[in-house]
Design a protein around this ligand. Structure first.
Ligand code: SAH
Length: 402
């Protein structure tokens, strides 16, 4: 892997690769380790460069900063793949995929490639048993799909590969949404084992790439507080936290989720694990349920708050913070002494510090003192590059009322 400490090198023009030249000062983010170049930061693009092509990146003094893929249709016009001058050919992508696989402990279900987190901007690759799910989020990756399918078959030997490039962010790259089976045969149905709990999922129909893999480590963090306890899992999707709580011997488990399809799937998962009578599923708005239970002065020992992102833009942060405050306040009010709150945000615009401030504020209003048992983050198969804050998207706290 290229060391970022490498001093930018002086190079001569006249090689085959297209290139871009940055405006003065606009090299700083790249030198600090980020990989994005915005349209407004580019002084000139070599006229040979077609969208999707590799381009060498030069600062205004003509020092090389590595190689990326260009797409003029995107505000993030170049995404750097390497700090070295090297070809972004099949051998390059094979090395990157091998490095991503080597970093992970093999598991039945896992994220094999996490975009910038694995120095493969725009590519998501998940393993679900003997199937893979590929998501292409950028033009550069989209154009390289045939090669990536070949490499994924060579390295991971899947029975089938499903494409889930139905992410709305593709629009920002000038791409339409698409999904389907792109290799082998599958109806999309899989049953996977995540840390001892079995989950059914449909890779073609369920949210994101079929399953939320990012919480696996946090299920384990929470379950040790659940034996003999009353547990409330809000925003439960396919029942993730609720299933672990029930399996760990919770006395009562309630799961609240707004999507009917997700609740159907969650019930199926409970059945798969012999936990059907042990979890009470409610298809409802968690805000309403939390308010109702708060008014009824209900009490719980463990509450999980894992909401979807309340804001996709910086402008909405204040509204989002009010949403986080409301649910955290109600949850904290309902927790008995010794009770545990697992609270999360998956919004890019809400930092760990902002979430901490919300929780401190909510605890004060609820007249509760809380202890930080653990700061929570995404599962290790979603690697974080500290130089690229956008790679750290799931933030949470495990708190105990003392
Ligand atoms: N905790 C889950 C993932 C949660 S994702 C796991 O471990 O797998 C967030 C979920 O919240 C989604 O399933 C979404 O359908 C649901 N959701 C969105 N808005 C909601 C609301 N107002 N009330 C309840 N659920 C909601």
């Amino acid at each position: 892997m290229a060391a970022r400490s490498d001093k930018p090198r002086l190079v001569c023009y006249g090689h085959n690769m297209s290139f871009i030249i940055l405006k003065p000062g606009k090299e700083r983010r790249l030198i600090a380790g980020h990989s994005w170049i915005y349209a407004g930061e580019i002084a000139a693009v070599h006229d040979k460069a077609k969208d999707g092509d590799p381009v060498e990146i030069f600062d205004h003094r003509k020092r090389s900063l590595g190689v990326g893929l260009i797409n003029r249709k995107s505000q993030i016009t170049v995404r750097r793949f390497t700090t070295q001058k090297e070809e972004l050919d099949k051998a390059f992508f094979r090395r990157r995929l091998q490095a991503a696989a080597a970093y992970r402990e093999p598991a039945d279900a896992q994220r094999l490639v996490f975009s910038e987190g694995d120095q493969l901007p725009g590519l998501i690759l998940d393993r679900f048993g003997d199937c893979l799910v590929l998501q292409a989020l950028t033009l550069g990756i989209d154009q390289r799909k045939p090669m990536l399918i070949e490499l994924a078959r060579e390295l991971f030997k899947p029975k089938a590969i499903v494409e889930r490039s139905d992410a709305p962010t593709r629009k920002l790259e000038g791409l339409t949404e698409t999904k389907g089976v792109i290799f082998g045969e599958t109806d999309g149905n899989v049953v996977i084992n995540v840390g001892g709990v079995r989950f059914a999922a449909n890779l073609l129909e369920d949210q994101k790439t079929g399953f939320f893999l990012d919480q696996a480590v946090n299920y384990q963090e929470m379950l040790r507080f659940c034996s003999g306890k009353r547990v409330l899992d809000c925003f439960s999707y396919h029942g993730g936290f609720a299933l672990y709580a029930a399996q760990a011997g919770a006395t009562t488990v309630e799961a609240v989720e707004i999507s009917e399809a997700a609740v159907v799937r969650a019930r199926q998962n409970a059945e798969l694990n012999g936990l059907l009578g042990k979890i009470d599923f409610t298809c409802a708005n968690a805000f309403d349920i939390l308010k109702k239970y708060d008014v009824e002065k209900r009490q719980f020992d463990v509450i999980v708050l894992d909401p979807p992102t309340f804001t996709r833009t910086k402008q909405n942060v204040d509204d989002a913070l009010r949403g986080y405050k409301e649910i955290n306040l109600r949850a904290l009010k309902m927790l008995v002494p010794g009770g545990v709150l697992a609270t999360f945000t998956c919004s890019h615009h809400i930092s760990t510090e902002l979430l901490r401030a919300v929780v401190v504020d909510a605890a004060a209003d609820a007249h509760k003192t809380v202890r930080l048992v653990k700061t929570l983050t995404q599962n290790a198969d979603h690697p974080i590059l500290p130089a690229i804050p956008e790679t750290e998207y799931l933030k949470g706290f495990l708190l105990q009322v003392i």
